[in-house]
Ligand binder design. Sequence first.
Ligand code: PGA
Length: 252
Amino acid sequence: MARRPVIAGNWKMYKLLGEAVETALALKPLVANANHCEIVIAPVYTALKTVADRLEGSNIKVAAQNCSTETKFSARTGEISADMIKDVGCAHVIIGHSERRQFFGETDESVNQKTKAALHSGLTAIVCVGETLDERESGNAEQIVKSQLVNGTDGLTVSDMERIIIAYEPVWAIGTGKTATPEQAQEMHGFIRQIIAEAHSEETAKNIRILYGGSVKPENINDLMNESDIDGALVGGASLEAESFAKIVNYR
Ligand code: PGA
């Protein structure tokens, strides 16, 4: 079965509620005919319910940008569980984004717990991996990505892996305007598929979607999507405007 591409927009900590709704509603008609891929947008928590309600019945799904490791109601001030995210109409959650690893102490272990929590609630988890510039320059990129992947997906069953999407986002390409070349991205995506085959199964590796993220724009999406192991994109900056995100969705 061919892997269905996914184009996901990560709105990070941008947009008040009104702006989030406005962008979502502007996007809707621009991508209404995009049947070739799954479309996901990830607004801030406080906009999730309203945006999900306003997009109901459309081909755009809504994701949260993080979730708690805890699955039960519990005394965890400031946290939001995967069940709560599901409850407001989300289908996906982004887990282990490099900004969470860098600024909020996210570890491979918490990524693993959050991924399990997300799957337990029936969400699809978009699990992010990627090396820093130092790690790439010192020749450790593959080793870092491998340990993030293996530890982040540890203990997941075959059916769990069917509800996971991997996003490869080299940290040096995020928000910097420096995209990995399609060849660099393809090389790492091929490596990721190989690691998943070893850690899980050939079948899982063949079916899993691997998105590229890091300065994806309307100008570079086609070349990236032409690579055999790139199954979509996780887009930051260029997803904030409906027009540019729609151009990425409507690549080719
Ligand atoms: P960018 O961000 O597209 O602005 O580089 C990507 C991301 O952080 O997911």
